[in-house]
Design a protein around this ligand. Structure first.
Ligand SMILES: Nc1ncnc2c1ncn2[C@@H]1O[C@H](COP(=O)(O)OP(=O)(O)OP(=O)(O)O)[C@@H](O)[C@H]1O
Ligand SMILES: [Mg+2]
Length: 590
């Protein structure tokens, strides 16, 4: 199955408004009350804004003309109150939509993380961590920003434009038509310019994506870059990407920046036209001064939100592109689902602990790593996997733990198709110490009890006691004085590779699995610690089956059976000497 995410780093949305809405709808269900209040507030504040000009016209026409200061004061007071109500409603709306935005952000991040943690290893092998992080953090935040800032602005602007447009036409249709003339010209111009602006924006976002890709690649590999003295090369590469992004953003800035002055110009043109026609109508006795002032105010009530809509539109586009990237992850389904027992295949040898039957495997359409492999592991025995680098040892081990499904054939655990076990059942039975162990941020203790159903609430003292009982506490000295409380930074930074392997070892052994797989688990550990590890392995319950992958032959000499993994096959070597022959033979033929 292909898990490669396709939506560009920050490109334009490929999906329609409708599909963005469908993705968001379930998240907005609980927010209905907030949204209803916010919409009501928008209507109140828009109405207040639209009421202003009519009242101003009235004040001018009645109060001033008749010289009635009492009336003037009263009307001015009412006008101030109307504006205040409008402001209050606006503030309440901002608060409510801020809450909606935060709630959506919280839920979306939660869902994304749940989804990510349910996906198989293949997904993480095919996608860059940096890209996933930016989907969880920054794309969701763009959606939040749209809800908390842009959405109601969009409604409000639409209400105001429509309201002001209708009032302009109703109050005096000739004046209205004149006032709206520049807007019609703008709409036509916008349609003509839109494709160019969109193109410029997409180019700018794409070059930004490429730039951040370069930065994260350089930072992730900085040790290598320095060690090979390639800093200049990366600087040049970065400079080129930086310059491309600069040029693209200049064009997109010019393109997007064009609309604000154009809409302002249209507004001014509308005002001038209204003023010209208005004065002419006043001179001919067909319009009052107050109504002209009111008209001029409505012209700006019409053009200001129109300009705002142009800005909000780009925020909507950004939100849709972000939603695209988020829903792409949410739509993924793991192919490592548990299947019902009846759907599982029946084993040829039901009695064995773990068996491969005709197993073939290839990574994502590549060339086969394993081909028609048969293999059985029995309870309580120790197996070694040897073979050339890249021969398929880690792959074989990952198939045993169902981190991948075979492309052909079936893996059986306790005589049952391994796909019929739940992830928890598998984890309880199989302990896997990866070649490149993965640690979580927290402490060593957190990492040891991670995912262990019985140990999650255990106190540090009780854990130490349990480790003592298994002869494991001696290892804690390898972490310095803090022992179990030694902090672990994200993905295990701050620990040596050997220390990470020790933590992974302790994590696996404390679970007392039935099958313990060690992939080069002692490759980076000093000889004394390694001997301690061997002591621990020797004291594991007799029924524990061990699968040991190691290049160093001394670590595997106690194995009951040695498998040679290479050339697509897994072959029982019989003896250490035979395994050596096979390795050397492989050297000669390859
Ligand atoms: N995620 C992956 N995507 C594509 N190909 C992969 C992936 N992981 C491993 N391979 C390929 O599969 C083959 C077997 O790899 P594997 O890691 O199983 O070898 P190995 O025997 O464990 O090697 P080593 O001794 O170096 O650890 C290699 O040719 C490797 O290039
Ligand atoms: Mg390996």
């Amino acid at each position: 199955m292909d898990y490669t995410l396709k939506a560009a780093a920050a490109g334009e949305s490929r999906e329609s408004l409708g599909s963005a809405w469908r993705a968001l709808k379930p998240l907005l269900g609980d927010e209905r009350a907030h949204i209803a209040v916010a919409v009501a507030c928008v209507i109140v504040s828009t109405a207040a804004n639209l009421l202003g000009p009519v009242m101003t016209a009235r004040i001018i026409d009645t109060a001033i003309k008749h010289g009635d200061y009492g009336l003037l004061l009263r009307d001015a007071g009412i006008l101030a109150a109307v504006y205040l109500v409008g402001l209050g409603a606006m503030y309440l709306q901002t608060l409510r939509m801020g809450t909606v935005g935060r709630n959506v952000l919280f839920k979306l991040r939660g869902r994304l993380f749940d989804k990510l943690s349910s996906l198989p290893i293949a997904f993480f092998a095919q996608n860059r961590a940096g890209d996933l992080i930016s989907r969880v953090n920054s794309d969701t935040d763009k959606i939040n920003q749209f809800f908390s800032q842009a959405l109601m602005q969009m409604f409000g602007s639409l209400f105001r434009v429509t309201g002001a447009g209708i009032l302009l036409l109703v109050l005096n249709w000739r004046m209205g038509l004149i006032a709206l003339l520049p807007a019609v010209a703008m709409l036509i111009l916008t349609r003509i310019l839109s494709p160019w602006v969109k193109h410029a924006n997409r180019k700018s976002l794409e070059s930004l994506g490429a730039l951040s890709g370069d930065v994260s690649e350089s930072l992730a590999n900085f040790q290598v870059i320095v060690a090979f003295n390639r800093v200049d090369y990366f600087r040049e590469k970065f400079d080129a990407a930086n310059r491309r992004n600069y040029r693209a953003s200049v064009t997109s800035g010019v393109a997007s920046g064009l609309f604000a002055p154009l809409y302002t110009l249209a507004g001014s043109a509308g005002s001038i036209l209204v003023l010209g026609l208005g004065v002419w109508l006043i001179l001919h006795g067909q319009l009052s001064v107050g109504l002209l002032v009111g008209y001029l105010l409505y012209v700006s009530s019409f053009y200001d939100p129109l300009r705002q809509l142009a800005t909000v539109w780009s925020s909507l586009q950004t939100m849709m592109a972000a939603m695209d990237r988020v829903s792409e992850v949410l739509k993924l389904e793991t192919n490592l689902v548990e299947i019902p027992p009846a759907a599982g295949k029946a084993a040829r040898q039901p009695g064995v602990l773990l068996a491969f039957e005709d197993v073939g495997f290839a990574y994502g359409g590549g060339k086969p790593v394993l081909d028609k492999v048969d293999l059985t592991l029995e309870r309580g025995r120790t197996y070694a996997l040897v073979g050339p680098t890249g021969g398929g040892k880690t792959t074989t081990a990952m198939l045993m733990a169902r981190l991948y499904d075979p492309t052909e054939g079936t893996v059986y655990l306790e005589g049952r198709d391994i796909r019929t076990f739940t992830a928890a059942e598998r984890a309880a039975r199989i302990g896997f110490i990866l070649q490149d162990p993965f640690l979580l941020a927290g402490t060593i203790r957190d990492n040891i009890v991670y995912g262990h159903p019985d140990l999650s609430d255990i106190s540090t003292d009780a854990l130490t006691e349990r480790m003592n009982a298994r002869g494991l506490s001696g290892f804690l000295a390898r972490f310095g004085e803090s022992g179990l409380d030694t902090p672990v930074k994200g993905s295990g930074d701050g620990l040596s590779l050997g220390q990470k392997q020790l933590v992974a070892f302790l994590r696996a052994v404390m679970r007392e699995p039935e099958i313990l797989i060690l992939d080069e688990a002692t490759a980076n550990i000093d000889t004394v610690t390694e001997q301690m590890l061997e002591g621990v392995l020797a004291r594991l319950p007799e029924t524990t089956t061990k699968v040991i992958i190691a290049h160093r032959l001394n670590t595997i000499q106690n194995a009951d059976e040695i498998f040679f993994v290479g050339g697509g096959a897994v072959t029982a070597a019989g003896s250490m000497a035979r395994a050596m022959d096979m390795l050397l033979g492989h050297e000669r033929t390859s």
